[in-house]
Ligand binder design. Structure first.
Ligand code: CMC
Length: 434
């Protein structure tokens, strides 16, 4: 908290505090430091005079603003550490299933075998989607972007669940969390099949979450290789949550108005769609296709260094070292290639990484491969079209969005999200006559 100490700014600072002097008034203030932050609201007490509304923190793009307290995901961007509920991502990706990780993210602990079994049964029982949704898809052209269809289908599913507006009821929230996690792969598969002019495939409750997804995409007769099923599950685990990124902030922001979770998830999906966020996996594949061969990598990087374009799949707001997810995905790619054959685009990606990591431009800016750099190469090897890649990101991120949404609604400090602005436009002026 902040308090005006008058002239006595040198008192004991038991908890750690920041002392400030307002040069406009000469008044001293003390801001307590809690968890490495000071409360921005306290700045509002710093006033030049009685009419002053108080000092605000100016932070475009929220580069240094904590908007919530969270206990779900921890990232240390300098050290390349990612943990869900304290567990290192490397260990979680080793043996767990995505559905168990979704439970962990939502509930704080790994499920017991009994919890895991009943959670799986509940989710698989909620995978089928009602009749009007396939008809909704008929309204899209076959070449419509799958992510646009996915966003619309989430809204459509929400329209089938008007009770989901009851967001302050914990039981109601719990049901719709399961419904959304269960329905996400079904909706995603439907967008793929719409693109091919194929009818949707109904979920098979006897299959694992990733195997059922692959079958709903590629058809009832598709052979689901266990290595590819596991690779899909690992990709789902790696994408499940990533604390306060753009789409999660959209989920929390829209959810803070008490919109239903389907609308909030549609908004989060729309945020994910952008090429600077989850759409980067699609952009990487297009970039690798455009580069075409290893010998053109240097020319491409010259363009990047000149500032005329970006090396997609590189750089991160938080990671200033190698994204730990990218390391696991790179390894998984080779396991997938054992079954599918090598995707030659990996050679272009490896060459881009090799050269970029030695170049001053990337070293000075601390730009490293992120989660999207290698994931698209796997998705392509598995047979997914590029337009589906952001949808493949959204399917598992659903559990992270919902965990963050739930945490936000259960936090008494959270209110409707409403940032301030610094208004620098015209002062009042009359409309010209005539
Ligand atoms: N290629 C070339 N230059 C880059 C890149 C890149 N990929 N990323 C950042 N820079 C440069 C940028 O031009 C700027 O240079 P300067 O200081 O000379 O102006 C500097 O590095 C800092 O960049 P920034 O845009 O201020 O950083 P940011 O934290 O706002 O952006 C980012 C983070 C992820 C949007 C950005 O690194 C980027 O556009 N990367 C490419 C897109 C991408 O791969 N996105 C996926 C992110 S990870 C998964 C996810 O969120 O879905």
């Amino acid at each position: 908290m902040i308090e005006n100490n008058g002239s006595d700014a040198d008192g004991p600072l038991e908890e750690g505090a920041l002392t400030l002097t307002d040069s406009r008034t000469g008044a001293d203030y003390r801001l307590d430091i809690e968890h490495g932050a000071v409360r921005a609201a306290g700045l509002g007490q710093v006033r030049a005079n009685s009419e002053d509304p108080g000092l605000a923190a100016y932070d475009p793009a929220f580069k240094n603003t904590a908007a919530c307290i969270s206990r779900i995901t921890y990232i240390d961007g300098d050290k390349g550490i990612l943990r869900y509920r304290g567990y290192p991502i490397e260990q979680l990706a080793e043996g767990a299933s995505y559905l168990d990780i979704a439970w962990l993210i939502l509930n704080g602990e790994l499920p017991t075998p009994a919890e895991s079994a009943s959670w799986r049964a509940e989710i698989t029982g909620l995978q089928a989607v009602p009749d009007p949704l396939p008809r909704m898809l008929d309204g899209f052209n076959e070449d419509g972007h799958p992510m646009a269809m996915f966003i619309a289908l989430l809204s459509g599913l929400g329209a089938q669940h008007p009770d989901s507006k009851n967001v302050t009821d914990a039981g109601c929230r719990a049901f719709h969390i399961k419904r959304l996690i269960g329905a996400a792969p079904t909706l995603a598969a439907m967008t793929y099949r719409r693109g091919k002019g194929l009818a949707p495939v109904a979920p098979d409750e006897d299959l694992s979450f990733p195997a059922n997804f692959l079958r709903m995409v590629f058809g009832e007769d598709a052979h689901i290789d266990p290595t590819l099923e596991r690779a899909m599950d690992v990709l789902f685990i790696l994408h499940a949550d990533h604390e306060q990124n753009c789409s999660t902030s959209a989920m929390r922001g829209v959810g803070s108005s008490h919109a239903d979770p389907y609308s909030s998830a549609a908004a989060a999906s729309a945020a994910l769609y952008g090429p600077l966020h989850g759409g980067a996996n699609e952009a990487v594949l297009k970039m690798l296709t455009e580069i075409g061969s290893k010998d053109r990598v240097n020319d491409f990087l010259k363009e990047v260094k000149s500032g005329s374009r970006r090396l997609m799949g590189f750089g991160h707001r938080v990671y200033k070292s190698y994204d730990p997810r990218a390391k696991i995905i790179k390894r998984t790619a080779y396991e997938v290639f054992e079954v599918t054959g090598r995707n030659p685009k990996i050679d272009i990606a490896l060459e881009l990484e090799r050269i970029a990591l030695q170049e001053d431009y990337f070293i000075r800016r601390r730009l490293y491969p992120n989660v999207d750099f290698y994931s698209g190469i796997i998705y392509e090897a598995l047979g997914f079209p590029v337009g589906l890649f952001p949808v493949l990101f959204a399917v598992p991120r659903m559990s992270g969005w919902l965990a963050q949404w739930q945490e936000m609604l259960e936090d008494p400090e959270q209110k409707i999200a409403r940032p301030k602005q610094l208004y620098l436009g015209y002062d009042e002026r009359p409309v010209p006559a005539g």
